[in-house]
Structure formats: structure tokens, C-alpha cells
Design a protein around this ligand. Structure first.
Ligand code: C5P
Ligand code: MG
Length: 222
């Protein structure tokens, strides 16, 4: 692994003055994935869903983590952080390689922009990723009620094929979210890094609010 020196976070793999990392949080079913897809269109982000990366690793033939990941996902608990962080770091390296020299907005001269969706779900992940991979710039926090999230997840469960879109797993995921993820949101809120967006309203309204937040961040960064 080559280690670039980051002016703000010495020892991190990626320099946060060039690589913008936005964490996307919110309870299960809050609309994180849906909104990320829009923001990719708007700003040319690379969208990395921690859950999707874990599911891909779970299904990868020969993975030493397959069974472990399956158990954690079914129980709605958080996979040990080193697994998820390594998957994210590898995916970031790949995206930077893939977009290099293609003259894509936001990706010239070693720059890049990432939406890291469903991460960090627990304090240890937050501290470790910021310190060793890339210091994050912002948290988009999509918030709505459990009732709304439950309705969306059960609807999604009809077609998602996800082993955890059933009522037992969903209840466990809600509990994990309250216990493990809310403290992460509070931690970043105390650093003034959180943009809270009500995701009870229509997809379009949520998208407008999210787009404005990101626009503001990029105009401040330049
Ligand atoms: O974000 P998503 O709902 O796809 O995540 C599905 C599951 O993947 C979570 O309930 C959890 O078990 C696992 N996960 C994790 N750490 C993350 C993101 C997801 O352990 N940062
Ligand atoms: Mg998702």
C-alpha cells in the first residue's frame, strides 16, 4: 500500500484536500441509496454503499469473510470495522484508477469525490476511517420516523431479495441504528459537520435539499 501524506490527517491513505468524502447516514429505509443515485447524476460522485460492498464480499467465491458477514447482516449488527474499511479503501483506489485521465468533473489532477453510504455506522469505524483512510468533509443525515422506514423496507422486501428486509431483522436494525449509529451522528454534529435532511417528504423535495447542501460544500471548498 502506498501512503500519501495528508496535510490535515497525517498518515491517511487519501489527502482530504483533494478527495472529498461525504458520509451518508440515516436509518434503514431512510432513502440513502435513492438520494445517492441522484447526487451521482448531479455532481459526478462515486457512490460506495458499505452494505452493497459487504453483500458483494459475502457472495464472492473464496471470501474468508462470507459467513461472518452473512451472520452480522442477518442479525442487523455491525460487521467488524476492519472488513468494511478495507472494502471501502479498495473501492476508492479502484475508482480513482478508473476515472484517471478521463477529464470527468471533480476528478482531474488527483481529485475525487465519494459518497460513502451507510457508513460509519459505529464510532470505531468513524474514528478509524477518518484517521487512516480519508478525513471526511460532511455528513448527510436523512431522517424520518421508524414508521415510515418500516413501511418502505417492507415494500422493498417484496422484491429486494435481501435477507434482512423482514420484520425480525428490521427491528434489530432499528435497535442497532439507535445504539450504534446515533452516537456517530451526534459526534459529527458536535463538529458542525452534519446536514440533517427530512426524508419524510417526496423524493424530489429530499433531492433538492440534498443537492443544495452539496453545492454549498463544494462552493466553500474551492
Ligand atoms: O446499509 P445497508 O442497509 O445496506 O446495510 C445492511 C447491513 O450491512 C447492516 O444492517 C449491517 O449488518 C451491515 N453493515 C455494517 N457496517 C456498515 C454498513 C452495513 O456492518 N458500515
Ligand atoms: Mg442502502
Amino acid at each position: 500500500m502506498t501512503t500519501q501524506i495528508d496535510s490535515t490527517q497525517p498518515g491517511a491513505v487519501f489527502d482530504s484536500s483533494k478527495i472529498t468524502v461525504i458520509y451518508v447516514l440515516g436509518g434503514p429505509g431512510a432513502g440513502k441509496g435513492t438520494q445517492c443515485a441522484y447526487l451521482v447524476e448531479d455532481f459526478g460522485f462515486c457512490h460506495l454503499s458499505a452494505g452493497d460492498l459487504l453483500r458483494a464480499e459475502q457472495n464472492r467465491e473464496g471470501s474468508q469473510y462470507g459467513e461472518l458477514i452473512r451472520t452480522y447482516i442477518r442479525e442487523g449488527t455491525i460487521v467488524p470495522m476492519h472488513v468494511t474499511i478495507k472494502l471501502l479503501e479498495n473501492a476508492m483506489t479502484e475508482a480513482l484508477k478508473e476515472k484517471e485521465g478521463k477529464n470527468i468533473e471533480g476528478w482531474a489532477d488527483g481529485k475525487g469525490r465519494f459518497l460513502i453510504d451507510g457508513f460509519p455506522r459505529k464510532m470505531d469505524q468513524a474514528i478509524e476511517f477518518d484517521r487512516t483512510v480519508c478525513l471526511s468533509s460532511k455528513v448527510l443525515f436523512f431522517s424520518t420516523t421508524e414508521e415510515v422506514m418500516l413501511g418502505r423496507l417492507l415494500e422493498r422486501g417484496k422484491t429486494s431479495g435481501r435477507e434482512d428486509d423482514n420484520i425480525e431483522s428490521i427491528k434489530k436494525r432499528f435497535r442497532t441504528y439507535e445504539n450504534d449509529t446515533m452516537p456517530v451522528i451526534q459526534y459529527y454534529a458536535s463538529q458542525d459537520k452534519v446536514a440533517q435532511i427530512d426524508s419524510t417528504v417526496t423524493i424530489e423535495e429530499v433531492h433538492n435539499a440534498a443537492r443544495e447542501t452539496v453545492q454549498k460544500l463544494f462552493s466553500e471548498k474551492q
